[in-house]
Design a protein around this ligand. Structure first.
Ligand code: PGA
Length: 251
């Protein structure tokens, strides 16, 4: 089996001022393992620079929660990939279901955002996942196929290992209703099969995370699944002790 370093990401969403972010890092950083796991923190835009600085002497990498596909232009309110990498941001979450649901993020835009992130040297974390309704109507595989195919349409074989996929069933996000470990494994394994159809040699190297109500008490079981290579954590990542416990589950 490919040797994939687990990646544990804290998605703070619309939480934490600069002062709160600094207080969090002061508690969280001393306990971060030095190797065996990659840790990524995704603060709001305003706290990115402070977090880059705060984590500079550590292994922790900082990610934005969104970006625009253009490098620059008349796009009021947007931020580009080169602007993020200029300040030391190293990764970006793309296509989170909250962006898809509340802000009209489309697969067509993600098809451009993923290569734009790669061009700027950012690690894209592409989120995919079905709604509860789609799962009930047995549409999960169809939805995942569309999201993966379009999101990666411009990604070449030699770039694939620099992309991270996060499987986040929408019915499990912020609901306290985690996917059962076997259910999560099944969907993640399906995503790996989809990748293998187009990238037979590289699919085994891609890290696929699970996200959706990951907590300290369910992280170990989720991380034990063969194809799950880490977690994208929302609510539980807001508490430095809880996120540290979740990170520890990957080591
Ligand atoms: P949650 O969020 O852990 O609060 O369910 C996960 C996410 O949205 O990435």
């Amino acid at each position: 089996m490919a040797d994939r370093t687990p990646l544990m990401a804290a998605n703070w969403k619309l939480h934490k001022t600069v002062a709160e972010a600094e207080a969090y890092l002061a508690k969280f950083l001393p306990g971060v393992p030095e190797d065996g796991v990659e840790v990524v923190v995704c603060p709001p835009f305003t706290a990115l620079a402070a977090c880059v600085e705060g984590c500079a002497a550590t292994q922790v990498r900082i990610a934005a929660q969104n970006m625009h596909e253009a490098e620059s232009g008349a796009f009021t309110g947007e931020v580009s990939a080169p602007m993020l990498s200029e300040i030391g941001v190293e990764a970006v979450v793309l296509g989170h279901s909250e962006r898809r649901t509340y802000f009209g993020e489309l697969d067509e835009a993600l098809a451009l955002k993923v290569p734009a992130a790669l061009r700027a040297g950012l690690l894209p974390i592409l989120c995919v996942g079905e709604t509860g309704d789609e799962r009930e109507h047995e549409q999960t595989e169809k939805v995942l196929r569309r999201q993966i195919e379009l999101g990666l349409i411009e990604v070449d074989d030699d770039q694939l290992a620099e992309v991270v996929i996060a499987y986040e069933p929408i019915w499990a996000i912020g609901t306290g209703r985690t996917a059962a470990p076997e259910q999560a494994q099944e969907a993640v394994a399906f995503i790996r099969e989809l990748l293998a159809e187009r990238y037979p040699d590289e699919a085994g190297d891609v890290r696929i995370l699970y996200g959706g109500s990951v907590k300290p008490d369910n992280a170990t079981e989720l991380m034990a699944q063969a194809d799950i290579d880490g977690a994208l954590v929302g609510g539980a990542s807001l508490d430095p002790e809880d996120f540290a416990a979740i990170v520890a589950a990957a080591t």
